[in-house]
Design a protein around this ligand. Sequence first.
Ligand SMILES: Cc1cc2nc3c(=O)[nH]c(=O)nc-3n(C[C@H](O)[C@H](O)[C@H](O)COP(=O)(O)OP(=O)(O)OC[C@H]3O[C@@H](n4cnc5c(N)ncnc54)[C@H](O)[C@@H]3O)c2cc1C
Length: 362
Amino acid sequence: MPETIIVGAGLAGCVAAINLVREGRDVLVLERESRVGGSSLYHPGVAGTPIDLKAYEKYAGIDLLPGGAMGHDANIIVDGKKITANLEKHVDGYLVEQGPRSTSINTYLYELARKEGVKFEFNQPVIGEADFAKLPPDSIIATGLYFEGYDALNIPYLTSFHFISRMTRDDLESNHVSIYFGDFTSDYAYTSSMNGLVFAHVFQRDPIGKATLEAFKEKMYEAEGFEFPEFLHFTFPVPAASLNNPRLFAGNKIITGSLASCIEPFMFFGLHGAFVSGKIAATAVSDKEKAYREFLKCNRLYKTIYLAKKATKRFMYPALHLGMMFGMDRAANMMVQMPMAPRFTRNFKAIMPGYQNYTKMS
Ligand SMILES: Cc1cc2nc3c(=O)[nH]c(=O)nc-3n(C[C@H](O)[C@H](O)[C@H](O)COP(=O)(O)OP(=O)(O)OC[C@H]3O[C@@H](n4cnc5c(N)ncnc54)[C@H](O)[C@@H]3O)c2cc1C
């Protein structure tokens, strides 16, 4: 079969590549960096979202377990008040490291893809409309949270504003994630750790100033005693909610991962969205209708959630994160609070392979 080109050796790109090579296709992945793991500004880091890797394997047939590790402590810190739960005890909540280190999920997926026969070319940025237009039809674009892909394919986005820092510590015995909410940001912040790496990240969708960072540092010190080295400030695009986002196609190209807007926290959040939509993108190479049906199924609550989010801006993110950690059913019921809630949550379980086991908590 002719070669399928994938742009971006990130999570969605590698998942799509593995699925396609297993169908007997020749697959070539073009990556802008000289190695996997994305920009050295963003990563290495530990994602703040626990994910059920076992359920994902059932959905996509790719064993991601060796690329992650069980999360232990999960803390929610709201205006200085801390609730702690044990992820291992209550849910199958795994954490993953992102970036170029040998312990990251990126390295794991890359090695797996190579073993299965996927070809990679590094230092191959595909930038600008002309470059993208030169790619054969049905190429998969998986360029993640980087401006160039959105600009070249005319996908609407908002700019989000971030401060991050990282450090290595060999005295932390458990893998943790702590999500912070409070007046200091209209979104949220988190700290997370695994593989001896500790990560801190505060962001919001409006410009973010030093005062926000200082307030977060203070809260973090009070709650966890962490003192990070210098924080870096940067921006990256997040897909804008619109009638056409999320989307699976852009012209004659298939798009996936964050670029396809699979970043909506309640539906298709970052990592989860990349893993699920990578598989859907691979299906789209041979069967667009089937892939589109699956994509719509996975996104069907997007607009409802978008409107609900607008209406409940102040509380949406705390509720979402409580939900992700402590049981989607409860959070959905809490948020929806209307007769459709049971149906809503049933649908939710059906479409969210990665979150099914979050309902295990009694
Ligand atoms: C700092 C940070 C913190 C995050 N925290 C979380 C979290 O806590 N939980 C969560 O679920 N998600 C989180 N995310 C989001 C998550 O990382 C992404 O949603 C996920 O990686 C998306 O996967 P992807 O395959 O779409 O893109 P990526 O995994 O980012 O892969 C994109 C790849 O494409 C390459 N590329 C980009 N542009 C080009 C180009 N023009 N040509 C060729 N190659 C290109 C990049 O170098 C990269 O390798 C975070 C993201 C960042 C940046």
